[in-house]
Ligand binder design. Structure first.
Ligand SMILES: [Zn+2]
Ligand SMILES: [Zn+2]
Length: 87
């Protein structure tokens, strides 16, 4: 079995797998809170951002995927999963 590896352009973490062919994986760094380093929770809005935005303040957007409840207010992340090509 061949070893393939690649470095995530976002967090710099090196990923190594054993695979006979080049491989694309998703780096889990998009789930990590940049403030406290904990893994964030999946964010499932039960409201439409437009209806939530009554005060003119919008803490999260429809792009928000994860949030960290360890902060007040919670940290809302719209980081996208980063694909890393391992060759
Ligand atoms: Zn990463
Ligand atoms: Zn956090």
């Amino acid at each position: 079995m061949r070893i393939v590896k690649g470095v995530c352009p976002k967090c710099g973490r090196e990923h190594i797998r054993s695979s006979p062919v080049p491989l694309t994986i998703v780096c889990p760094c998009y789930k990590i809170c940049p403030i406290c380093g904990e893994e964030m929770k999946p964010f499932k809005p039960d409201m439409n951002p437009k209806t939530y935005n009554i005060t003119g303040e919008q803490e999260w957007t429809s792009k928000t995927l994860y949030y960290c409840p360890n902060h007040e207010p919670p940290y809302y992340s719209d980081l996208k999963p980063v694909e890393v090509l391992l060759t």
